[in-house]
Design a protein around this ligand. Structure first.
Ligand code: GAP
Length: 442
């Protein structure tokens, strides 16, 4: 029963995302392409808000962070040095009968040899490299092989020297990137949780070896702070110390932040201590400003790395699930997304009480909507249906405030503001609207 309820919740969320234009299946008009999704207008706004908030907290508000926007296609030597060509693989089994493929480590341990789809016999597990391979240029030989990046991290490491030479940062310092990553997942599943094309927000923070634990703990706190700040339900977030035998090939220690999704407790973000694995393999070093024991020039060292890594799509899903609320106290169930105002795709919706009263329409459009739209951008205008329906529509997309221009507005220059979460209404002067919104943005 509990399982059914969880599936039901996921179905409701997927359906709301499509119906209200947050997320569509990729290539839907041709039957879709598994593991790919397209974000619509509102979904795109929410993605922007997630990424902007992350960039502000971890990069632009700090003095020790340097952004990078590296090319997705990189010389394949990068992926040889990083260990991805040899080791970025999942164990895969294929059904001898229906030919479907499965992740061996995700099968029921008691039914390892039986196909979960057709009951056929499964073959022996083999390692399947998850990088998408393509060719660059007109030649098709091994020298033209390139990979779509499976993590944004290597675009950071490969620009370590450029960044040091250009900005001369002192340790500790970090480099950050937001961008697409691609993995040929054997079984993409659970909506946007496991996709083949997704986005990451990653930091590589370079420290002296002796300091790694201090900065590991520091970034654990920073990650928790950011999740809470954007509105992820922290009662559903759990830290998992990843067992030594499960660590990625580059990691010396990893803590996963897991989230209670309707389909189970699974990874949301990760924090890894990569030692000096990447800089060593790329043959990169750093001249420290500490005087060397024997001379005056700085000592050459290979900094160690703390890596907070965030999936944008998983942040979206966790935030959406945290905000999704059903209120059964009225005659009908009211569904609303309880986004913090700063994260909501639309901040406020302006309406004239009646759309067939030109004086109300003109006031709403010219004196309320136009100035707010030019100041905040994320403002909607709606004059369809009755007011109750307009409220429901905005509730479903998480708009914190509905602003209604009525006949009193024409004489007192005040409007009614209806609050999404409580349904309460208050009168506010039109001249105070901008202040009203600004005060509630942080
Ligand atoms: N640079 C380290 C790295 O890529 P990871 O744990 O493989 O580590 C980091 O990925 C984050 O990227 C994950 O915590 C998750 O949020 C996101 N992620 C990974 N694979 C994903 C997928 N197939 N679909 C959506 N997000 C994914």
């Amino acid at each position: 029963m509990a399982k059914e309820k969880e599936n039901e919740l996921m179905e409701k969320v997927v359906s709301l995302c499509k119906r209200r234009g947050f997320i569509f299946q990729g290539s839907e008009i041709y039957g879709g392409l598994a593991g790919t999704f397209d974000y619509g207008d509102l979904g795109g706004e929410l993605l922007h808000n997630i990424k902007n908030s992350w960039w502000k907290k971890f990069v632009s508000s700090r003095r020790d962070m340097y952004g990078i926007r590296a090319a997705i296609l990189m010389n394949s030597k990068v992926w040889e040095a990083s260990g991805h060509v040899a080791g970025f693989a999942d164990p895969m089994v294929e059904c001898n009968k229906c030919k479907r493929r499965f992740r061996a480590d995700q099968l029921d341990p008691n039914l390892q040899e039986i196909c979960p789809e057709c009951n056929g016999t499964l073959g022996t597990p083999r390692q399947f490299n998850m990088m998408f391979k393509t060719q660059i240029g007109a030649m098709e030989d091994s020298s033209s092989t390139v990979y779509l990046r499976p993590e944004t991290a290597q675009g950071i490491f490969s620009n370590f020297k450029n960044t040091v030479d250009a900005y001369h940062p002192k340790l500790p310092f970090g480099m950050a990137q937001i961008g697409k990553a691609f993995r040929n997942e054997i079984t993409p599943r659970d909506f946007i949780f496991r996709c083949r094309e997704f986005e990451q927000m990653e930091i590589e923070y370079f420290v002296r070896e002796a300091d790694w634990q201090k900065y590991f703990e520091y970034f654990k706190d920073q990650m928790n702070e950011w999740m809470e700040d954007i509105g992820i339900d922290m009662s559903k977030v759990h830290e998992l110390e990843v067992a030594k035998e499960d660590l990625a090939h580059y990691s010396k220690r990893t803590v996963d932040f897991e989230f209670d999704y309707p389909f189970g407790k699974k990874e949301l973000f990760g924090l890894a201590y990569r030692g000096n694995f990447d800089l060593t393999n790329h043959k990169l070093e750093y001249v420290d400003d500490l005087p060397a024991q024997t001379g005056e020039i700085g000592e050459k060292i290979i900094p160690h790395v703390i890596e907070p890594s965030f999936g944008v799509d998983r942040a979206f899903l966790a935030l959406f699930l945290s905000a999704y609320t059903e209120d059964d106290s009225g005659e009908e169930t009211r569904v609303f997304l309880k986004f913090k105002p700063k994260m909501a795709p639309i901040l406020a919706c302006v309406s004239p009480l009646l759309k067939n009263k030109p004086e109300l329409v003109e006031y709403a459009e010219m004196k309320v909507f136009a100035p707010l739209k030019s100041e905040f951008g994320r403002i909607a205008y709606d004059d369809n249906g009755n007011i109750g329906k307009r409220y429901r529509k905005q509730d479903e997309i998480g708009t914190p405030w509905c602003i209604v221009v009525d006949f009193d507005t024409l004489t007192d220059d005040s409007v009614t503001i209806r609050d999404r979460d409580t349904g309460t209404q208050e009168r506010v002067k039109v001249s105070d609207l901008s202040k009203f919104i600004k005060e509630r943005l942080d």
